[in-house]
Write a protein that binds this ligand. Sequence first.
Ligand code: SF4
Length: 332
Amino acid sequence: MHKTVGIPRGMFYYDYYFLWKKFFNNLDVEVIVSTKTNKEILDAGIFNCVDEACLPVKVFHGHVEYLKDKVDYLFIPKFISLYKMEYCCPKHLGLPDMIKHSIEGLPEIITPVINLRKSNKSLKKSILYTGKYFINSNYKILKAYDRAFKEFVEYNELLDQGIVSLNAIEFDSLNMRPNTFSENHEMNILLLGHSYNIYDDYINMNIANKLKRNGIGLITAEMIKEEIARQYASQLSKRMFWTHGQRIVGSAFYLIEKEMIDGIIYISAFGCGLDSVLMDLVERKARQYKVPFTLLTIDEQTGEAGINTRIEAFVDMLKWRDNHEDNISTYG
Ligand code: SF4
């Protein structure tokens, strides 16, 4: 019988699911993903997680609770650094330990350490550590990973070109990615923030669809090539040492300077230290180029009515600016 690995649908799932799934499948391991975030998942997350955690971390706890009795293993990497001289949020690093200490009755957790701060060498160790749970051949494990990684690279290239529907990897809300630049929208909005806040429809109250229903084209940071985002992030006087920050700030700077967007909506988790810095950097640039910017903060108390009102007001303001030669304040 195939062994099963559970991947909680939260945090880095939105960045690396495709790679992980291919890797495990190449090792003949079945991957089970938790269901989309819903009220039960959120409630379970709030119940199991410490109060001080940000919303995506709480949600992640809920996904683990959902999966724990359904799989042989859980896969929760410990993300320290994804790039030379860069770091991840401390909560990414602490996630596996938080889970172990918060939730009872867990299956074994596979926790490779991802720390590429000095070099990529340690990645091989992490791959072998993970694969050894299922097969005792370094050669086969590394081959399985190489094949998965090649497909992951190709997949991302297609995404950059807007070709592949993300439904292919279960990101239903991301139908928006492929059509953004190809369709003639009246206006385009950059939906900015950490991937797990942007692509989880439940926690952000389906902002993407609300905008799409208004005929607005959506752009996300993931649609901008990494090299371009990094190049634009390098304008900062001090090096951005958060990897997610490189992507968020760099892609926003690029789109603002190239005049490819009419407005920016930043979705931030309440209490996120990284977001408070990133958002400020993007807002300053937006102000300089007179691009309207608004911040939507989400936590478990956020009401949908409030979000709807904020979005409607922002879209109305964009339309008014469009019709009145942008003599309306970009900040309401
Ligand atoms: S970056 Fe912000 S939202 Fe993400 S885990 Fe850290 S504190 Fe939470």
